[in-house]
Ligand binder design. Structure first.
Ligand code: AMP
Length: 199
């Protein structure tokens, strides 16, 4: 499987740490791992950016991502899929299409044309805000939350609050990649799952 062979972070994986609290998927996904490109010091020094473009570019990688995400949470347990701008749109809409579900975009401020609800969250320096249309869900509608990557969890935490604010019921969050060392899942009060967990 080549585990750890192309990583720039962390010790080699052991078979004893496959699952994490709240996450039922295995730690590693050999196909996805193969197509994630690590870009050091992007967008600023000290950040190891997980570039998903090789994954999207590869028919095998894209299929493995969407098939993998669809296997993390039973599709019958949610009605609609919500993705967070912008990489959450890519995986979220493809997943929605594959499963015959609809898609709700959570966007950066000022992008949605109709009436919106907003939620702000802390960044390292300053704050960020995300928005959703207030009529994006019907009352109690069950929503699967999707983003490409879980880091500190601030973005998805705000996404969960936003969906609840407009009357939706977020049943779970799914990610292609999770940066374990930031423990972002501790901030998420919905079951969270990821396909590739990185130390
Ligand atoms: P966070 O709110 O800290 O969980 O950050 C999650 C969001 O930031 C996701 O939408 C990711 O696309 C992006 N992100 C954060 N860290 C990285 C990283 N190291 N590589 C790629 N994307 C990242």
């Amino acid at each position: 499987m080549g585990r750890g062979s192309s990583r720039s972070l962390g010790p080699p994986k052991t078979s004893t740490r496959r699952d994490l609290p709240g996450g039922t998927a295995p730690r590693s996904h050999p196909v996805i791992e193969r197509f994630i490109r690590d870009v050091p010091d992007f967008p600023k020094p000290g950040i190891l950016f997980k570039d998903i473009t090789p994954l999207l570019q590869s028919p095998e990688g894209l299929k493995a991502s969407i098939d993998g995400l669809s296997s993390l949470v039973a599709p019958a347990s949610y009605d609609v899929i919500c993705g967070i701008e912008s990489r959450g749109f890519i995986f979220g809409t493809a997943l929605a299409h594959a499963l015959g579900k609809g898609f709700i975009p959570i966007r950066k401020p000022g992008k949605l044309p109709s009436k919106t609800a907003a939620e702000s969250y802390e960044l390292e320096y300053g704050t960020d805000t995300i928005e959703v249309h207030t009529d994006a869900v019907s009352p109690g509608e069950r929503v699967l939350m999707v983003d490409d990557l879980l880091a500190t969890g601030g973005t998805m935490e705000a996404g969960l609050k936003l969906i609840r604010k407009i009357g939706g019921d977020p049943v779970a969050c799914v990610f292609v990649i999770e940066l374990l060392f930031l423990n972002g899942r501790a901030r998420l009060d919905a079951p969270s799952h990821s396909l590739l967990k990185v130390d």
